[in-house]
Design a protein around this ligand. Structure first.
Ligand SMILES: Cc1cc2nc3c(=O)[nH]c(=O)nc-3n(C[C@H](O)[C@H](O)[C@H](O)COP(=O)(O)O)c2cc1C
Ligand code: SF4
Ligand code: SF4
Length: 253
């Protein structure tokens, strides 16, 4: 059986992991671990399963809350493909960290990808992953598939440092906090879907739980979640200018 397992607040890591998994089987099973209470009951995989892992880069690392969830999955020398998604700045040590997480838990990462996507903040690489990214991911997955069919299932090495940058401080969320306007109809969607349970039943953001993933802003059907503080707007503008040069996806087979 083929699986995609992803943590993906704004959906780009999901898209990457699912594009890759689809090449292995159009009937792959998606395991979405983004929501706070979303872990499945059975977290073990068989020797002949194939798992595609996907997670975003936060501060050059795998976000801590995601790595805690990912560490619960166990393989039985199960082949996997690892993918991290990043907002056109850098993926730093996130891919090697994901490789270590899965390797320590019974998986063999036979290929990896660092995929460029729209950044959570500002207007950076808006619309990515686009059609061209999907094509590149599909080509990559086809190459990995033939490599596996040819019996080449050894672990790959991916770039990064050990110890990872920022040590125990790595993989942190951001400091911006979404606001809620009067358009809110209390539908509960954001409350149910927040990765950290950081939205109170009355829809206010619980500041010390929020990781600034902006899932609530992207998905609110009423446009009721927003952020327009001078601090955010100033950061977004300068960050958008700083990261204007388009980066390419990188694949490791
Ligand atoms: C708190 C935080 C930290 C981030 N750190 C980085 C980073 O170090 N490098 C980078 O290129 N993008 C960074 N990003 C951007 C995300 O990696 C990017 O938008 C990713 O596509 C989000 O994945 P998702 O759509 O699956 O949630 C960061 C985003 C957030 C919210
Ligand atoms: S998703 Fe939007 S409309 Fe629904 S409860 Fe949240 S803020 Fe209100
Ligand atoms: S409240 Fe914070 S953690 Fe929850 S979805 Fe919104 S930005 Fe993400």
């Amino acid at each position: 059986m083929v699986y995609s397992v992803y943590f993906s607040p704004t959906g780009t890591s999901k898209k990457g992991a699912e594009t890759i998994a689809k090449v292995f089987s159009p009937d792959f099973k998606a395991i979405d671990i983004t929501k706070f209470d979303s872990m499945p009951k059975d977290m073990s995989f068989k020797k002949d399963d194939i798992v595609v892992f996907g997670a975003p880069v936060y501060s050059g690392r795998i976000y801590k809350g995601a790595s805690e969830r990912l560490k619960k999955f166990k393989g039985d020398s199960t082949i996997c493909i690892i993918s991290v998604t990043y907002g056109n700045r850098a993926f730093d040590d996130a891919l090697i960290e994901l490789s270590d997480i899965v390797s320590e838990n019974g998986f063999i990462p036979v290929a990896g990808a660092a995929l460029v996507a729209q950044h959570t903040y500002g207007e950076i690489q808006v619309g990515r992953p686009d059609d061209n990214d999907v094509k590149e991911d599909t080509d990559f997955a086809e190459k990995v598939k033939s490599k596996i069919e040819n019996g080449k299932t050894e672990k790959i090495s991916v770039p990064g440092n050990r110890p990872y940058i920022k040590g125990d401080q790595g993989g942190k969320g951001g400091s911006f906090r979404p606001l809620t306007n009067d358009n809110c109809i209390q539908c509960g969607l954001c409350v149910d879907n927040c990765p950290e349970g950081a939205i109170a039943p009355d829809c206010r953001t619980i500041s010390d739980k929020c990781i600034a993933c902006f899932r609530c802003i992207r998905n609110c059907p009423m446009g009721a979640k927003y952020i327009d503080t001078p601090e955010y707007l100033g950061f977004a503008e300068s960050f958008t200018k700083k990261l204007s040069k388009k980066l390419e996806n990188q694949y490791f087979i």
